[in-house]
Write a protein that binds this ligand. Sequence first.
Ligand SMILES: [Zn+2]
Length: 253
Amino acid sequence: MDTRDRRDTRWEEVTPGVLRRRLPGWDETVGAVAGEDGVLLVDAGPTRAAAEEVAREVRDLLGLPVTRVVLTHAHFDHVLGAGAFPGAELYAAAGLSAHLADGGRAALAEDAVRHGGERGAAEADAAALPGEWREVRGGLTVSLGGARSVVLAALGPAHSPNDLVVLVPGGPSESPVPFVPSVPPVLFCGDLVEESGEPQAGPDAVPERWPAALGRLLALGGERARYVPGHGAVVDAAFVRAQRAALDRLANR
Ligand SMILES: [Zn+2]
């Protein structure tokens, strides 16, 4: 069978083995990084049903199950699908387990309902969220087997109290053709960067710390990285710099 027949056009290949999809509804990104024996998923989508669909698609596209899940931050549209992966290694920024234990589940479900989610599903998905997460302070390198590893970096508080980004380091060109450029790094930014609208500063945002977080993001990815926002199209370093400048003006208004 021609492999193109199986290609899901909803998924975009950012670099080889690194995919992302924008989910319908709230347009949040999920990312998939292929390791040697499993896939690391960046964010879990807004419902377990959506997450189960994502897992099926990822297995179809990459031939591997989801074995690791990283949450970029604890907003319902990125988190409530996480109960679909009870056997996976789970990573989040420090504070998530305590947040969930301290009323966070109910708050996530209410937020989903407020944004048009169905109450029964939202409450069940919130109840099904795993309670124990491997929490990241500063940075953590996670090996995905073989030559592939990712770096998780806690950059919050900024958009949320617990912002975490995922860097997939770049590498040499995989093409035998001379002069094909090397593979750029990929940075999954969560909602620290938004392309499809203005960056959303909700009640749990810390706007005055957001520009500095974007400075650290730019230092991590560098000039060549492809920056994958939480909402919208993949952008470059110049876009992130412009967003940092806009947030800086807002914070100092
Ligand atoms: Zn968010």
